[in-house]
Write a protein that binds this ligand. Sequence first.
Ligand code: GLU
Length: 368
Amino acid sequence: MAAVEDAARLVIKIGSALLVDRGTGGLRADWLEALADDVARLRARGTDVILVSSGSIAMGRGMLGLPRTELTLEQSQAAAAVGQIRLAGAYGAALARHGLIAAQVLVTLEDSTDRRRYLNARATLEQLLKLGAVPIVNENDTVATDEIRYGDNDRLAAQVAATAGADQLILLSDVDGFYSGNPAQDASATRFDVIEAITPEIEAMAGDAGSGLSKGGMKTKLMAARTAMAAGCDMVITEGSCLRPVQALEQGAPCTWFRAMGTPQQKRKAWIGGMKPKGRLHVDAGAVRAMGRGSSLLPAGLARVEGRFGRGDPVEIVAPDGAVLGLGLCRYNAVDAGMIKGLRSEAIEPVLGYPARAALVHRDDMAF
Ligand code: GLU
């Protein structure tokens, strides 16, 4: 059975209904304070924590005096712009009480569908976590229009978990798990403790009622589970309205776990290994030895570039004897890679005119 205590990197999704009082439209400050206690406890234990928080629209709506009825897209975008400042400020203050630094990260759907942007988002999250900050992620609702947006933070959170290589995702929701029917209408509906695979039967059980403030229903939660599981990340749905909901989960609060098969690292390598290469990097014997010890491929070890590829594209890595060692995502395009072959890191910037990335192919982006 999965346990939150085992998480190395945890993404926690916070729905609007938990953070914003439905009656007043104001922030539920006591809840946020207690969540910050949860986060501080996790960080003290050495767990990386990323929060994906909704609430910008719900909060901005109240501040702007917008109606309670369905908002137009333009009104939602304006509300998000106003609410997001308040939201980020509130997280910043709550975490600062524990000596933690909050970082605001606003993303759009294209940041996960475009591989270059996906790699940038991944690198930024990695850097923030390395520096000990707590990323607070939301969709950039102010610029995302209907055709190009997630619209719900369940799927966004799963994508963030996949991007960051998280091993667990907690959806703090207004329901305590996944039921065989809608518990509000069907007294015989039962909650699943664990779901190992999302079968057509499971899909048929998902109704789609949101809670009024939040966008996601059970269908979007299942979609999120699919994304998380495919990325090697366990996902859990639990009711989040109590103070310190993560602690409550650890102490046995009702929930439903969606179990991933494999780890984020295995899934990522399988994903990369299944790509069609766009070019080849011929490397020298020193690079072959270094990669054998688990190092990244550096420009210094590159002998020749073949093919036309962009930054982030998959390439084959080829040894001096012609053997294909594996596949990797190249952090430079073919032209720039050709210009820096054989160069040591400090010699790169004068040649390219922009600061160098240490690795040509990072070891996390290789599949052998
Ligand atoms: N991004 C939206 C917000 O912050 C929320 C989407 C959702 O409720 O899932 O208001």
